[in-house]
Structure formats: C-alpha cells, structure tokens
Design a protein around this ligand. Structure first.
Ligand SMILES: Cc1cc2nc3c(=O)[nH]c(=O)nc-3n(C[C@H](O)[C@H](O)[C@H](O)COP(=O)(O)OP(=O)(O)OC[C@H]3O[C@@H](n4cnc5c(N)ncnc54)[C@H](O)[C@@H]3O)c2cc1C
Ligand code: FES
Length: 285
C-alpha cells in the first residue's frame, strides 16, 4: 500500500500525483515507469516518473485522464493509498554527452521528459525544449524547464502561445537553430512520437521515442506490450520503453493500442451510468 502525499489537477484533464514509495524513489532513473492500480479491483496501468525526492521517499507522476483507470486514479485524495505501485520498471533513458539535444513533448510527456532534460543538462548537453498542445492553457511546468533549456519553443493548435499549428511545424523550429540537433527525444502521445519520427527521418536526426503500448505485468511475462522495431519483435516493458523512432512499425503500434478500445468505451459508459445512479441516489437521500 503506497500513500498518496499529494494529488492535484495541474491543467484541465492532467493531474499531478505524489506517492510515498521510498524503495522506488531511491532506485528510479530518468525514462523509467511504475505500474499502478488505483483500486483493488482495478487494472494495472503504466505511468512514467516525472520527478522524485529521495529524502522524502516520494515519486511524482503526471497523468492524463483518458479512460476508466485514470479517472479512478484522479478521484483519489491525499492520504488515500494505492493497492499497487510497482517499479522502477523499464530501461532508463540512455543519456550521454551528445551536444545539442531537443526534447519534444506534449500532454503527459512534458512531465515524463523533465528528468530526462535535467540529466541531459547535467551531462553538459545544450537542451532545446519543444512543447506541443491544443492551447496555451494546456501547457504546464515551463518554469521548471527554463533553467534547463537554451530555448523553449511552444506550438499551439490555436496559436495562443508560440507557433500556430501542430508538430508539423517542427522543421521550422529546427531550421531556425544555428545547427541541427544531434539528437531528439520525444515523450507524449503516439501521434506526436510517430509524426516527429517521420519528420526527423528525412532530416537524418537520431530520434528516441518513449513507447506507450498497453501493458499488464510490465515484466516481460504477458506479451501485451509487443512492438515491432527494426523488423524484430520487442517487449516495450523490458526491451524499452525507449526505441529508435525511425525503426518502430508505427502502423502496427497504433492498431495494437486500439485493440481494446470498444471494451474500454463500454466499460467507461457503464461506470458513467453507475456513478450517475449513485449520484442520483445521493441527491434523493
Ligand atoms: C511505459 C509507459 C508510460 C506511460 N506513462 C504515462 C504517464 O506518465 N502519464 C500518462 O498519463 N499516461 C502514461 N502512459 C499511458 C497510460 O498508461 C494510459 O493512458 C492508461 O493506461 C490509460 O488507462 P485508462 O483506463 O484510463 O484508459 P483506457 O480507457 O484504458 O484507454 C484510453 C487510451 O489509453 C490506451 N491504453 C489503455 N490501457 C493502456 C495501458 N495499460 N497502457 C498504455 N496505454 C493504454 C488505450 O489504447 C486508449 O487509447 C504510459 C504508458 C506506458 C506504456
Ligand atoms: S507488459 Fe507484459 S510483456 Fe510487457
């Protein structure tokens, strides 16, 4: 049982979760993740670590509410406990002195790329941060990236901050730099990772993505997280989650992520109506 020290909404649909798990906080490294269960009967979901504090024995997660499990997690309060919080899992991000590294992130990826950017800076790299969102009000943690970044670029769909458009504007940012980045690391939604990899393949910039397939055990036993990389079968939980974005079979990846979409929607609707009945019951009592 792991105690929730803090849980709050940071921007609409995005939550910050701080959990007391000293045994994980002392061992975690950038790029790794934990598997969490919000409730005893709930499913296990993988979530990346966005920060940690060894002295306080806590880890910080940024998660996006997208379905039933993340909704259950978002409903928890400070002092509640998680029945499961296992980790650290996956391989840490390989971080060396590359020169100039561009960190590209959107949605929960802004949180999960933060420890990566921090370590890149510690290793003497010049860090450029690129954040992508539908609108400026969905961006967060810019202040944490200021001391780490040579420059921060924002791309918003509605043009409310930085460049107007979506990740297709990345070439404009790259061509505006004095020289091409030596490496790009992308965290966030699948479209962001796939499209960035497509763009940078043509430019010849090595690109690392943090894959987010469906996972169950997170230890290489169930096979659910199977991905094809460079025509080889890999399990994202033990062989990744980081891979060369130019080598991922994105078409297969996208279709496997949607494998249980119908069931998830059905379950979500059922739990919606259950909570509506429950809420109604409360109103009449
Ligand atoms: C290594 C890794 C790290 C991740 N880190 C984060 C993070 O830091 N913050 C964050 O918000 N999300 C993260 N994710 C994605 C997160 O696990 C899913 O959003 C979550 O499982 C969705 O559960 P749900 O029941 O709320 O939504 P669902 O209704 O189950 O699904 C909503 C969407 O999420 C996909 N999904 C469902 N189950 C999983 C699963 N077990 N794993 C991955 N995708 C799934 C579905 O295909 C669907 O597209 C990470 C995924 C992986 C593999
Ligand atoms: S999650 Fe089961 S093998 Fe990777």
């Amino acid at each position: 049982m792991s105690r929730i020290v803090k849980i709050e909404s940071i921007v609409p649909n995005m939550h910050l979760l701080v959990v007391e798990v000293p045994e994980i906080a002392t061992r975690i490294q950038p790029g790794q993740f934990v598997i969490v269960r919000a409730e005893e009967e709930g499913e296990r979901i993988p979530l990346s670590i966005a920060d940690w504090n060894i002295d306080e024995g806590t880890i910080t997660i940024v998660f996006m509410e997208v379905g039933s499990s993340t909704r259950a997690l978002a409903s928890l309060k400070e002092g509640d406990t998680l029945p499961t919080c296992v980790g650290p899992l996956g391989n840490p991000t390989v971080i060396d002195h590359y020169g100039a590294v561009m960190c590209v992130a959107g949605c929960y990826g802004i949180g999960s790329i933060y420890p990566v950017a921090k370590k890149l800076k510690e290793m003497g790299n010049t860090v450029f941060s690129v954040f992508e969102a539908r609108s400026s009000y969905l961006l967060y943690w810019s202040n944490k990236f200021v001391p780490l970044s040579q420059r921060i670029f924002n791309i918003t769909r509605d043009g409310s901050l930085g460049m107007k458009g979506h990740i297709n504007r990345l070439p404009d940012i790259i061509h505006g730099l004095p020289k091409m980045p030596d490496r790009i690391i992308v965290n966030g939604c699948t479209y962001l990772m796939a499209r960035t990899s497509e763009i940078t393949r043509d430019m010849g910039i090595p690109t690392i993505v943090n894959l987010n397939p469906i996972m169950i055990d997170g230890t290489g036993m169930c096979g659910v997280c199977r991905v094809t990389v460079k025509d080889q079968m890999k399990f994202a939980c033990v062989d990744g989650p980081e891979f060369n974005g130019h080598e991922v079979d994105w078409k297969e990846f996208l279709s496997r992520r949607k494998a249980y979409l119908e069931e998830e929607v059905l379950f979500y609707r059922k739990s919606e109506s259950r909570s509506a009945i429950h809420e109604e019951g409360k109103c009449h009592s």
